[in-house]
Write a protein that binds this ligand. Structure first.
Ligand code: NAP
Length: 458
């Protein structure tokens, strides 16, 4: 039986006296947006020593202002399906913070999308983007549209209708979306095509994740998964260890999961699981990535099909977290790994957990890892390679240049190492050695907070 939310609240330290009212206000002003509350609370918990040492941030209401998006856009997305019926979805873009640069963050198309999901993702993105050291602010968007089971023509019509409203809020210096769950290269193509058509501008820098022949960057497709493994490699290095010979459990089977699997295999480890919302696969011989990519990307099939073709085990019930491993990389979705899953991982000897997805571990799960001495890296640090490479794509677009795969991958690896080292150094400096969560939240926060102080009350 897992801990309830209230058990968790009792176990965690209370918020600093100047932060507790900020959190109360967030809950009151954003009713029902539980994922957003969770994301805010996690950051505020880390900020205790910052507020104690730097009252100027609280004096200027920097933290309250950071919790309030600069702009929230909600719009109607009508479109016509193949049978000629009118369909209706809701579109969102939350432009959260532009102190460091244009709003930057992906678009998610999934039936679970509502304002609270977009706000949690946008809030996380502020700190993640800051950690990359690149000049990008934080934002996020999406729709409750479900691309699954839709034809190519339906996906195209939906994307065109979505962009017909969103385009007026975008621009290479204003707001630059990318992909996320349900939004890959296909969707970015249709979105960019419609933006170009409406504005009559080939403004490459307005969207990232573009195809290589029309303004995309090498390594952007691979970046989040590769970057996650580069980050986890640095974590292992602090123990004098590596991926070599390690068993790794990965959840999900989309963009982040696929390229995490690829890089783990290149680094000498073996990934034995993958999953989707129908169930999970255990493949003791190691996931056959070519087969997985063919099924997920070309045939748009399910991991069940992978198991059938490969002769691997498939389970509808349960989770990958019960499969013994040395390293766990959750790469599917938020709150997919709870405290009982965390206890199972700890019991089976897992020593490193790095989040490829955004907020996949519940607060109670991260507490279990902390108490067991498992090295844990939050998504805002460990999966920042995607947005960092998006910023590299923007650089190439601005200079009308395109870099080689090797050069871009090397830049990504350097950025992930720098984020890792910054988290470690900041956690040390603020009295939480070994806590990547404290390091990421504090380092990400301070850079944005200083910029907000400099820019005045806006
Ligand atoms: P994706 O390509 O759409 O893949 C998502 C995967 O997660 C799919 O296998 C999907 O299975 C699975 N999934 C989604 N909801 C699930 C659920 N409720 N239970 C079990 N499995 C579920 O998306 P992605 O780009 O890989 O994104 C995955 C995560 O990484 C998200 O949290 C995203 O925010 C984060 N992220 C992505 C990027 C990026 O560059 N793409 C960057 C940073 C962070 P189904 O097919 O059954 O839905």
């Amino acid at each position: 039986m897992g801990l309830t939310k209230w058990d968790y609240v009792r176990r965690v330290p209370s918020l600093h006296e100047r932060l507790a009212p900020v959190f109360d206000e967030v809950v009151k002003r954003n009713p029902g947006e539980v994922e957003f509350h969770q994301a805010v609370r996690e950051v505020l918990e880390s900020l205790r020593p910052v507020v104690a040492n730097h009252p100027e941030y609280a004096d200027a209401e920097i933290i309250r202002r950071m919790c309030e998006p600069e702009r929230q856009i909600i719009f109607r997305v009508p479109w016509v399906d193949d049978a000629g019926r009118v369909q209706l979805n809701r579109g969102f873009r939350v432009e959260f913070n532009s102190a460091l640069g244009p709003y930057k963050g992906g678009l998610r198309f999934h039936p679970s999308v509502y304002l609270g999901i977009v706000k949690f993702l946008g809030f996380e993105q502020i700190f993640k983007n800051s950690l990359t050291g690149m000049p990008i602010g934080g934002g996020k968007g999406g729709s409750d549209f479900d691309p699954k089971g839709r034809t190519e023509a339906e996906v195209m019509r939906f994307c065109q209708s979505f962009m017909t409203e969103l385009y007026r809020h975008l621009g290479e210096h204003t707001d630059v979306p990318a992909g996320d769950i349900g939004v890959g290269g296909r969707e970015i193509g249709y979105l960019f095509g419609q933006y170009k058509r409406i504005t009559n501008r080939y403004e490459s820098g307005v969207l990232t994740g573009k195809g290589l022949t029309w303004g995309g960057s090498q390594v952007r497709t691979e970046a989040t998964g590769y970057g996650l493994v580069f980050f986890a490699e640095e974590m292992l290095r602090t123990y004098g260890d590596s991926f070599d010979g390690k068993n790794v459990v990965v959840s999900g089977s989309g963009n982040v999961a696929q390229y995490a699997i690829e890089k783990v295999h290149q680094s000498g480890g073996r990934v034995v699981t993958c999953s989707d919302s129908d169930g999970y696969v255990v493949d003791e011989a190691g996931i056959d990535l070519d087969l997985l990519k063919e099924i997920k990307n070309d045939l748009r099939g399910r991991v069940r099909d992978y198991a059938n073709k490969r002769g691997a085990a498939f389970a509808r019930e349960g989770t990958v977290w019960n499969v013994p491993c040395d390293i766990a990389l959750p790469c599917a979705t938020q709150n997919e790994l709870d405290d009982s899953d965390a206890a199972a991982l700890v019991g089976n000897g897992c020593r490193v957990v790095a989040e490829g997805a955004n907020m996949p571990c519940t607060p109670a799960a991260t507490q279990v890892f902390a108490e067991a001495g498992v090295a844990f890296a939050p998504g805002k640090a460990a999966n920042a390679g995607g947005v960092a490479t998006s910023a590299l794509e923007m650089q190439q677009n601005a200079s009308r240049d395109s870099w080689t795969f090797e050069h871009t991958e090397q830049r990504l690896a350097e950025i992930m190492r720098a984020i890792h080292d910054r988290c470690v150094a900041t956690a040390d400096a603020y009295g939480s050695p070994g806590s990547y969560t404290a390091g990421a939240n504090i380092a990400g926060f301070i850079q944005v907070a200083d910029a907000m102080l400099a820019l005045g009350v806006i």
